[in-house]
Design a protein around this ligand. Structure first.
Ligand SMILES: [Zn+2]
Length: 153
């Protein structure tokens, strides 16, 4: 029997936060902040699994809060529903988001989406909760004043 709290995945897939390499991300997410790795040497945004900076060669990593907003770089719809792991009953979106702060992050959506977000859509990064662990998820910005709020010069 599945008693998942998340719309997409079984609770059994929840990460064990303590000691996880992504612990700073989960810790930030638990207080509603998007915390991602930056190079300690030159501040370049790093991939989640990256250990050495491509730019300056530093292996120092600073986990810092970054703006929870971005644009859809690519998106796809997953039709394969792994029994026992995926609790969603239909195809679900996977979105590759280019964040305003320079990171790229792959995620699904906060809610079971009616459709997969389109390339170029502006999204806010919110959180899903998998067995109590907050995980970044995309939320399409539906308001029409996106241009105005981004226009801060
Ligand atoms: Zn660097």
């Amino acid at each position: 029997m599945i008693t998942s709290t998340d719309w997409l995945l079984s609770d059994s897939l929840a990460p064990v936060v303590a000691g996880d390499p992504l612990e700073p991300l989960y810790a930030g997410a638990s207080r509603g902040a998007l915390v991602l790795p930056f190079c300690g040497g030159c501040s370049l945004p790093l991939d989640l699994e990256q250990r050495v900076c491509d730019d300056c060669g530093s292996d120092e990593i600073d986990w810092l809060e970054t703006l929870p907003r971005g644009v859809v770089h690519s998106s796809t719809t997953m039709h394969r529903l792994e029994p026992g792991l995926v609790t969603a009953t239909g195809p679900y979106p996977i979105v590759d988001v280019e964040l305003d702060g320079g990171h790229r992050l792959i995620m699904t959506t906060v809610e079971p989406a009616a459709g997969t977000p389109r390339i170029g859509d502006a999204v806010d990064i919110a959180f899903r909760y998998l067995a109590g662990v907050a995980i970044p998820a995309a939320q399409t910005i539906t308001s029409t004043d996106t241009e105005a709020t981004n226009d801060n010069h």
